[in-house]
Design a protein around this ligand. Structure first.
Ligand code: PMP
Ligand code: GLU
Length: 389
């Protein structure tokens, strides 16, 4: 039975983003003077580099403050096309690229143009919190392919095959993954690509954490592997994580022409275009800026290892070291608490904010973010260890 007939039915199944709510809740407590340690952040704690800020200031001073073409300014799309070729071995012409208000918006757009009512969307579970909610907004059906800590939270081809039905339209792959930090190898993606190409299943490849990858590894773009999968893939990335630009709201995708044309149509009636000022900043960001990303990755890797060292000494927690992104997905089942109780009590009793795993589809876990200073990370994990005792 419908709960509230004033609102559209498709909203009934949708909940607000838990990650955003916890992160802003922790920021608010801190601003009020509460000694909260937030291990919940879904964004780099680095400042946006100055050369990027400068480009935005110039855009404002030059009056570059009007609507732009729907899919983005030509110079930015050219920079993205070059970035795809250089970093991902992908050939997307500028007219196949759509710039949007964040990678979240790009994924939402892609799902909106691909998924009809009752179409099925496959995704590995644990999944990023927004995927199933976006599928709900399309009135599609999410089908979760369960993964586990033993297999490094990655799907096997046999699991994928078992979940495919006549209604399967899309598979979402997120490598490096939020929340598990898993990274698929080229060979693993090749096997997945073969199945999807054979069954004509679209792939939304969420590569937002592509630069945040450790031990000298490199992320592979599934669309770069073969023509058949290229023609079925929407490759999504953005500037939020790589350039510490979460608030600027610039993400983008490369897609087969018919898909990017459809997304352009959709976007022309929803947001018109992304912010003109942020687009100038993004163009500058992609144009280079020394070794900002490399330095950030070195720092994140240091923090990852530091956090792992602390977690190793907490008997009630098990985890695998993430290969990418900036999260550690920790199994807390030995605590005897579910993830919401764990996170709520940890915040109330020890003033440490983490995200309950239930938001990502697994109630036996919590997500810790190491996008915070070593000092805060150490304090937060020490508090958690004493609290668990
Ligand atoms: N995908 C994943 C897996 C993410 O963690 C995020 C971060 N919010 C996004 C997409 C979207 O990033 P943004 O919209 O800030 O570009
Ligand atoms: N991606 C981040 C996270 O998972 C930011 C929050 C969000 O966009 O939902 O925490």
């Amino acid at each position: 039975m419908r709960v509230n007939t004033r609102l559209a039915e498709r909203l009934e199944k949708v909940s607000a983003s838990v990650t955003l709510a916890i992160t802003s809740g922790a920021k608010k407590l801190k601003a009020e003077g509460v000694d909260v340690i937030s291990l919940a952040a879904g964004e780099p704690d680095f400042d946006t580099p100055d050369y990027i800020k400068q480009a935005a200031i110039e855009a404002i001073n030059n009056g570059f403050t009007k609507y732009t073409p729907t899919t983005g300014i030509p110079e930015l799309k050219k920079a993205i096309s070059e970035k795809f070729r250089r970093d991902n071995s992908l050939k997307y012409e500028p007219n196949q690229i759509v710039v949007s208000c964040g990678a979240k918006h790009s994924i939402y757009n892609a799902l909106q143009v691909l998924v009809d009512k009752d179409d099925e969307v496959l995704m590995p579970s644990p999944y990023w919190v927004s995927y199933p909610e976006m599928v709900n907004l399309c009135q599609g059906v999410s089908r979760f392919i369960k993964t586990n800590i033993e297999s490094g939270f990655k799907i096997e081809v046999s699991d994928l095959q078992r979940h495919i039905s006549s209604k399967t339209k899309v598979l979402i792959i997120n490598s490096p993954s939020n929340p598990t930090g898993s990274v698929y190898s080229g060979d693993e993606l090749r096997s997945i690509a073969e199945v999807c190409a054979k069954r004509k299943i679209f792939v939304i490849s969420d590569e937002i954490y592509e630069k945040l990858i450790y031990q000298g590894q490199k992320a592979t773009s599934i669309a770069s592997l073969k023509d058949d999968i290229y023609n079925l893939t929407i490759t999504v990335s953005g500037l939020s994580k790589s350039y510490a630009m979460t608030g600027w709201r610039i993400g983008y995708l490369g897609a087969p022409q018919d898909v990017s044309d459809a997304i352009s149509k959709l976007q022309s009636h929803s947001t018109s275009c992304p912010s003109s000022i942020s687009q100038k900043a993004a163009t500058a960001a992609l144009g280079g800026g020394g070794d900002f990303i490399e330095k950030m990755v070195v720092e994140f890797e240091k923090r990852r290892d530091f956090a792992a060292g602390k977690l190793d000494r907490i008997p009630k927690i098990s985890y695998t070291k993430p290969a990418g992104a900036f999260y550690i997905f920790c199994n807390i089942s030995k605590s005897g608490l579910d993830s919401v109780n764990f996170a709520t009590r940890l915040l109330e009793e020890a003033s440490v904010a983490v995200v309950p795993g239930v938001a990502f589809g697994d109630d036996n876990y919590i997500r810790i973010s190491f996008a915070t200073s070593i000092e805060e990370l150490g304090k937060g994990l020490d508090r958690m260890a004493s609290w668990l005792k």
